[in-house]
Design a binder for this molecule. Structure first.
Ligand SMILES: NC(=O)c1ccc[n+]([C@@H]2O[C@H](COP(=O)([O-])OP(=O)(O)OC[C@H]3O[C@@H](n4cnc5c(N)ncnc54)[C@H](OP(=O)(O)O)[C@@H]3O)[C@@H](O)[C@H]2O)c1
Length: 267
C-alpha cells in the first residue's frame, strides 16, 4: 500500500506552479511529495530537476495523492475530470482553483469524492502573499488541511460560496487594479523628476507600507489618512482633487463593472 500524503497539482501552469513552489519554500512538503502534471511536460524539466514528480499521467498522480489541486483552465476541466474519475476515492480532498466552477458542479462531475474545497487565490501566491478565499462542501478536517497549505502562502478567508465571484473580482482581479495604481503613481513620480525605477520603488514600498499599517496595526484607512493630512497641507489638497476627479467613485464603478461581467460570464 502506497502512502497517500502526497499532493497532486493537475495543470501545473502559472497558478499550479506558484502553489507548488510556495508549499515547498514554506517546507510543508518536499518536491518529491508533489506531483506536477501538464500535457507538455517538457516545459516542467526544471521542476523535475528540482525533485518534483513530473508526469502527464493525471491518473497516476491522483492515485498516489491525498490532496488533488485542479489548476487547469475552465474549458479543460471536463476532460480532466473524465480522465481521473475512475481513480477518485472517497477520502480524496479535491481543491479547485478554477474560476466559475461551483462546488455543486464539481461534485456532480467528480462523483465519489466528498471532500471538496473551492479556492480563489491571487497571483501573489508566487511570493507567499496571496489572499485566498475558500469555500467548502467537506469536513472541517479536510478544510483545515487545505487552509494550512494556503495560510503558508498568504492570508485565507472562509466565505460562503455565493461570494466567490465577488472574491474573484476583489482579490484576483484586485491585483490588476492595484498594479494600475502603482503604474500611475510611478508616472507621476517621473513627471516630478525621478527616474522611473526610483519612482516605482517609492510607489511600491509606500503601497506595501500602507497595507502593513492596516494589516499589522489593525487600523482603518481613514485613521491613517488623518495622520498624514495636515490642515491646509499638500496631502489633503491632492486627495480632494483626486476625489473631485472621481477617484473613489471610479474604483468602485470599476470593481462593480468587473463583478457584473463575471456574473454574466458564469450565468
Ligand atoms: N491567474 C489568476 O489570478 C487566478 C486566480 C485564481 C484562479 N485562477 C484559475 O486558475 C486556473 C489556472 O490558471 P493559470 O493562470 O495557472 O492557467 P495556465 O497557466 O494556463 O495553467 C493551466 C495548465 O493546465 C495544463 N493542462 C491543460 N489541460 C490539462 C490536462 N488535461 N491535464 C493536465 N494539465 C493540463 C496546461 O498545460 P498543458 O497545455 O501543457 O497541458 C497549463 O499549464 C484557471 O482555471 C483560472 O481560472 C487563476
Amino acid at each position: 500500500m502506497k502512502t497517500v500524503k502526497k499532493i497532486a497539482i493537475l495543470g501545473a501552469g502559472n497558478l499550479g506552479i506558484s502553489i507548488a513552489t510556495g508549499i515547498v519554500e514554506k517546507k510543508l512538503k518536499l518536491p518529491s511529495d508533489i506531483f506536477l502534471t501538464r500535457r507538455h511536460i517538457g516545459l516542467l524539466d526544471e521542476f523535475r530537476d528540482l525533485g518534483y514528480r513530473v508526469l502527464c499521467d493525471n491518473k497516476k498522480a491522483v492515485e498516489e495523492s491525498e490532496i488533488v489541486f485542479l489548476c487547469v483552465q475552465p474549458q479543460q476541466i471536463d476532460i480532466l475530470l473524465k480522465v481521473i474519475k475512475p481513480v477518485l476515492r472517497k477520502d480524496h480532498i479535491l481543491v479547485s482553483v478554477i474560476t466559475g466552477i461551483s462546488l455543486e458542479l464539481l461534485r456532480e462531475k467528480a462523483t465519489g469524492v466528498s471532500q471538496l474545497v473551492r479556492a480563489m487565490p491571487n497571483t501573489a501566491i508566487a511570493t507567499g502573499q496571496s489572499m485566498t478565499c475558500l469555500a467548502t462542501k467537506g469536513t472541517d478536517a479536510a478544510l483545515k488541511k487545505v487552509e494550512n497549505l494556503f495560510q503558508a502562502l498568504g492570508l485565507t478567508l472562509l466565505i460562503e460560496e455565493n461570494l466567490m465571484q465577488a472574491a474573484t473580482v476583489l482579490g484576483a482581479s484586485g491585483i490588476a487594479f492595484f498594479m494600475r495604481y502603482l503604474r500611475a503613481a510611478t508616472q507621476a513620480g517621473v513627471q516630478m523628476g525621478f527616474e522611473s525605477q526610483e519612482a516605482q520603488k517609492i510607489a511600491v514600498q509606500t503601497a506595501k507600507g500602507a497595507a502593513s499599517l492596516i494589516l499589522e496595526h489593525n487600523s482603518h484607512p481613514e485613521v491613517e489618512i488623518d495622520k498624514v493630512t495636515t490642515p491646509r497641507g499638500c496631502t489633503i489638497e491632492g486627495l480632494n482633487e483626486m476625489e473631485h476627479q472621481g477617484f473613489s467613485s471610479s474604483l468602485i464603478k470599476g470593481v462593480m463593472t468587473s463583478f457584473y461581467k463575471i456574473n454574466q460570464i458564469k450565468s
